[in-house]
Structures are given as structure tokens and as C-alpha cells.
Design a protein around this ligand. Structure first.
Ligand code: GLY
Length: 362
């Protein structure tokens, strides 16, 4: 059985990442020595699937466990939910040395990370991501966040977890479209920094689409090692390195907003990567052939590559102009220059021209 573990060393913390099969039931063994009590936070969908197995495993390892289930959905990432979770911890006399476990996708990971980073000025945190998107991106790197009515992730911290445990078997519970959307982030790592991963994705396409756990473990591990390298060099997004992870995300986020989120994050990133690669071609930074390869790989996995028909073009431009990353009308955006290569481009946001190739439905 293919299993990986490696360490991430950032300025604020060094922590292990485990990737493999059936790790949820072995979580107690994996984190056992470091904690006596654990507080598991998950949403109502994940609780039906994995909570019992997780708790049983922890208790077998003599870890005293409490759990709190909250409603699923983006609305979970609110100050109200933070209060509920602080109360859950204080009612149970949680100590700083106890562990908070985030069991779920990116939303649960973001809010649980925020709560763990602020309650008693920081408890131990273990991320157990259950969606591909969270496994290859948000569970590693320490970004936490909650939404205000004025915008997403306006409040948050950089707080590295104490461990990340990725059980790829959880991916079998995902709708196929959500699993495939997660692959967009894997393709992002391949094109921005890992030509070998690019070759591997093409070679193992069928196994990946069938969610073969051996092969999926390999792609998750490769993706996370790439992310680890970036986070180790630029933990707080201050050195111009971590921004490379935003490839496809400037246009992608705007698509998510303009579609009222019916376009999934990964689908939006797929279209965003194509649009941003087209910009690179127009700027003479990228050859048409690499753009075509990007489109080819995205289509190979059934991801969209063109803007859906019903996106309002003008609204899309307006949303991009309001992007958090725009300052003084200038946007810093990572652009692809080859397979595995990028450069940061600073440009006037008005210069971003997006193509519309019609006839697309998602
Ligand atoms: N998801 C991008 C980052 O962690 O920086």
C-alpha cells in the first residue's frame, strides 16, 4: 500500500504530512503521543460518513474525544459559528495543549483553523481534509479564514497546523464532479512548477479518474510537496513566492462570484487558468503550444476551459477590479511561461482582456 509522510518546515512551525489509505481510523496512532484530549469539528455531511470511525480510532488510542457537528455550507464560515465553537471548547474546558481536529473540506478546515489559532491564543491543530481540493491545497499552508458580509476570508490568521493527515479513501464519498474539480488544483501544480507531475497525470489518467487510491495518493503527495516548497519559502505571502499558487484564481474567483457559485471552485480555476494563459500568450510570455497542452489536459479530465455563456462579461471585469490583490489599479498576477515555469507580472487591471468563446455550458 502506497503511503507517504514528509515534513514541512516553516518559520513558525515544523509539521508532518501523512498521505495514504484508511488513515482516519489510525489517526489516534498517528497523533497519539502528542495529545490526551481531542476536539473534533466537522459538518453534518461528513459526520455521517467518517466521524464515528475517527472517534473510535482516537478512543482506542486512549485519547479523550469530544465532537461538534455544524451545518455544512459557506455560511458556516461566520463569526456566529466561531462563537458557537469557542463555547464548545470552553464548555469542555479545552486546554491549549489539547488538539482541535478539522474533519472535512476547505470550509471546515478554514473555520476550525481560525478557532484553533485564536482560542487561548492557539491550540494544537490537526487537519484531516476529506475533499480533493482541501487535500491538495487548503489543509496545508496555514491560511485560516472566515467571511464577513463585506467579503470572503476578510478575517483570518496564518496558523500552521501541527499535523495534516490525508486519507485518500474519503474521496470515494465525493460526487464525481467535485472530485474532478479538485483535479484542477493538481493540474495547476503540474503546469506552474512540476513537469513530472504533468507527465504523470497524462500517463495515469484512467486510474486517476477511477480514483485508484494508490495513484491518487501519489498525485496528492506530489501536489502537497509542491505546495510545501512554496509555503516553506514564503509562509505569509510576503516574498512574492506564494502568489504563484494563485495561478488561474484571479479570473477563477470572479467566475465563481458571477455564477453565484454554481461553477465549482475547481471548474472556475480551470477556466481561469486558460484565460490567464491566453493573456500570457498575448503578452508574448507563453507559446500557443503550451496553452493548447493546458487545454488538452483540462479536457482530458473533463474540466471546462471556456467561460460559460451566462456569465455577464461586464460584471466579470468589475469583480476582477475589486479583487483583494488589486492596489492602485495594478494587479500582480502569476503568468505561465512554460510547463513548470511562471513569472509574476504587474499590470493595470484595465489591461486584462478576457476572451469569450461562446457555446459553453457547465
Ligand atoms: N490557496 C493558496 C494558498 O494557500 O496560498
Amino acid at each position: 500500500m502506497t503511503e507517504f509522510s514528509f515534513e514541512i518546515t516553516t518559520e513558525s512551525r515544523k509539521y508532518p504530512v501523512y498521505v495514504g489509505q484508511n488513515l482516519i481510523e489510525r489517526l489516534g496512532e498517528i497523533i497519539g503521543e502528542s495529545t490526551e484530549r481531542a476536539f473534533v469539528i466537522c459538518d453534518n455531511i461528513i459526520s455521517d460518513l467518517f466521524l464515528e470511525t475517527l472517534i473510535e480510532g482516537l478512543r482506542t488510542s486512549d485519547i479523550q474525544t469530544e465532537s461538534r457537528v455544524i451545518q455544512s455550507g459557506e455560511s458556516l464560515k461566520s463569526l456566529d459559528s466561531v462563537k458557537v465553537l469557542y463555547e464548545f471548547l470552553s464548555e469542555n474546558f479545552a486546554a491549549r495543549s489539547d488538539t482541535v481536529i478539522a474533519l472535512g473540506g476547505g470550509i471546515v478546515g478554514d473555520i476550525t483553523g481560525f478557532v484553533a489559532s485564536t482560542y487561548k491564543r492557539g491550540m494544537k491543530l490537526v487537519q484531516v481534509p476529506t475533499t480533493l481540493l482541501a487535500q491538495v491545497d487548503s489543509s496545508v499552508g496555514g491560511k485560516t479564514g472566515i467571511n464577513l458580509k463585506e467579503g470572503k476570508n476578510l478575517v483570518g490568521t496564518f496558523y500552521q497546523p501541527h499535523a495534516v493527515v490525508v486519507d485518500v479513501c474519503t474521496l470515494n464519498s465525493l460526487p464525481l464532479s467535485e472530485y474532478i474539480a479538485g483535479l484542477a488544483e493538481v493540474i495547476k501544480y503540474a503546469f506552474t512548477m512540476d513537469p513530472e507531475l504533468f507527465e504523470f497525470l497524462i500517463e495515469k489518467k484512467n486510474e486517476i479518474l477511477l480514483r485508484n487510491p494508490e495513484v491518487v495518493s501519489i498525485i496528492v503527495e506530489k501536489a502537497l510537496r509542491n505546495k510545501a516548497r512554496i509555503v516553506e519559502n514564503d509562509e505569509r505571502e510576503e516574498k512574492g513566492r506564494r502568489e504563484v499558487l494563485n495561478f488561474g484564481h484571479t479570473v477563477g474567483h470572479a467566475i465563481e462570484i458571477c455564477s453565484n457559485h454554481y461553477v465549482l471552485h475547481g471548474q472556475a480555476v480551470a477556466i481561469g487558468m486558460v484565460e490567464e494563459a491566453r493573456m500570457a500568450v498575448r503578452k508574448g510570455l507563453l507559446t500557443e503550444s503550451v496553452l493548447e497542452l493546458l487545454i488538452y489536459v483540462l479536457l482530458l479530465f473533463g474540466l471546462p476551459t471556456e467561460l460559460p455563456d451566462d456569465i455577464d462579461f461586464n460584471q466579470l471585469h468589475r469583480v476582477i477590479k475589486q479583487d483583494k490583490k488589486v492596489s492602485d489599479g495594478q494587479l500582480t498576477i502569476p503568468m505561465l511561461t512554460g510547463i513548470g515555469r511562471t513569472t509574476m507580472v504587474v499590470d493595470k487591471v484595465d489591461n486584462l482582456d478576457i476572451t469569450k468563446v461562446g457555446g459553453n455550458k457547465i
